[in-house]
Design a protein around this ligand. Structure first.
Ligand code: TXA
Ligand code: MG
Length: 329
């Protein structure tokens, strides 16, 4: 049985947090909202608890988890060789959507958290429910996104329920997450630091604070250092194609697909009445829209991309993965 408790409007919040804290302290898995996406949390010092996360998600064991703590001070209990740039990042961006890869102190986390690496991804989430939980539980909490491995990350408690029903005991429902895309992952063990996964906090934001930062996608012949980046991600059931938002192209594509007797779903910031289904497209709505496609009988999904210089790079990164870099032609 999976229980979902609405923490936003819950009259007995004390009882709910105590229940969640007790579950985490006794090695259970609890899903909770962060400002990016929902996380599937467990005690990062307890290998059995962490193993339950991998089992619930169907996650490959070589893909390490992000550890969540309540403050910079807590983080410093678990990591070592923390340079001045990392400290500046913590002070500027925490609580917030920035995961820092740092060297772990030996033996502080269960080995399956870090997939036996000597480094760990760590962050302080900026969400009242997550922070409340972390402050009370007094443990580092390992929490990947709370989706089945390969599926879009959950931005609503009902997405978590859909993927985890019957597998985990408790979901704290804090409503829709604010950012909708996972945190920026910044590797502080390289010089200059390297962005392993783009997010809401951009290269420009980081460079304003710590100077030069590189994007892993720009490094030639780069072997993915973030183990998670090599796996298929964010993929709905039907194939996704990117399509340019140029005059008439989308209408032509819709007609073409429908002529083959197929149904098409469009992800776009604009309406397309001729499509069988149309869902909004922005960083905040991307994952929810991909999940809505799964509830239709669409045979193909077209994501409308503008050449806009202001478009979200993090959203483009996730969309390109969902589409496996395929453009409609
Ligand atoms: O916004 C987020 O980061 C969400 C919320 C719940 O906090 N969490 C999240 O976790 O997205 P997850 O496990 O789905 O993604 C973690 C990413 C993966 O790409 C993983 O490979 C990378 O971080 N990662 C974790 N530890 C690492 C390490 N030591 N070195 C390099 N990459 C690491
Ligand atoms: Mg994930």
């Amino acid at each position: 049985e999976t229980e979902t408790i609405l923490v936003d409007s819950n009259v007995n919040k004390e009882e709910t947090y105590s229940q969640a804290v007790e579950m985490l302290q006794t090695g259970e898995v609890v899903a909770f909202p962060t400002e990016t996406v929902y996380g599937l949390g467990a005690d990062a010092t307890n290998a059995e608890a962490v193993a339950k996360i991998f089992a619930a998600k169907g996650r490959p064991a070589d893909n390490p988890l992000i550890v969540h703590v309540d403050s910079k001070e807590s983080a410093l209990n678990y990591v070592q060789n923390v340079g001045p740039k990392a400290i500046q990042c913590m002070e500027t961006f925490w609580p917030g959507a920035l995961t820092l890869i740092l060297q772990t102190k030996p033996g502080v986390f269960a080995e399956n958290v870090t997939a036996s690496l000597s480094t760990v991804g760590i962050r302080v989430p900026n969400h009242p429910v997550a922070l409340n939980l972390l402050k009370r539980v007094k443990l580092p909490i390992a929490a990947p996104s709370a989706n089945t491995s390969g599926k879009p990350s959950p931005t609503l408690a009902e997405h978590v329920y859909h993927d985890m029903e019957g597998t985990i005991p408790l979901i704290l429902d804090g409503g829709a997450t604010m950012i909708g895309i996972e945190s920026t992952v910044l590797d502080m063990t390289s010089e200059p630091p390297v962005i392993l996964r783009p997010g809401k906090i951009t290269k420009k934001d980081l460079e304003a604070v710590i100077g030069t930062v590189r994007l892993s996608s720009e490094i030639q012949g780069n072997i993915p250092k973030s183990p998670g980046m090599k796996y298929i991600h964010y993929a709905p059931e039907a194939p996704v194609y990117l399509i340019e938002k140029t005059d008439g192209l989308i209408e032509k594509a819709i007609a073409h697909v429908q002529n083959d007797g197929k149904k098409v779903a469009i992800l776009s910031s604009e309406k397309h009445p001729s499509a069988d289904y149309c869902f909004p497209l922005s960083a905040e709505t991307l994952y929810a829209s991909l999940r809505k496609c799964d509830q239709t009988d669409a045979d193909l999904i077209l994501a409308a991309i503008s050449a806009d210089a202001n478009r979200s790079e993090a959203m483009m990164n996730r969309l390109e993965k969902a589409a496996d870099h395929k453009w409609f032609s």
